[in-house]
Design a protein around this ligand. Structure first.
Ligand SMILES: [Zn+2]
Length: 101
């Protein structure tokens, strides 16, 4: 007899962590509560819950930034190699042009 898993488990209970702008305490925020005005339970400051303020959002942004920087780093390496080759060609050109006079 196979036991069926309840449908509740399939639903993703997404909770974001949003720091209070005043006391910096992280508040667990269900996604349903985003964009609502709330009172901080620690310091009673009123503020709006925004996804862009959440730890998860910032962490993802940070990861994307790191990936971009890693790619940019590789590009810089390519530019550096091209620059070195150009300098070598330029030096060879100087050597040959001065030697031929
Ligand atoms: Zn607070």
């Amino acid at each position: 007899m196979a036991r069926r898993r309840s449908a509740v488990e399939l639903k993703d209970p997404e909770v974001l962590h949003i720091p209070c702008p005043q006391c910096k305490q992280q508040l667990e925020t269900p996604v349903e509560m985003l964009d609502q005005e709330v009172l901080c339970p620690y310091c009673k400051a009123q503020f709006q819950l925004r996804r862009t303020d959440s730890i998860e959002y910032k962490r993802r942004r940070q990861q994307e930034k790191e990936i971009r920087e890693r790619k940019a780093g590789r590009e810089w390496l390519n530019y550096a190699i091209i620059a070195v080759v150009l300098v070598l060609v330029f030096l060879l050109f100087l050597i040959f042009s001065s030697g031929g006079g």
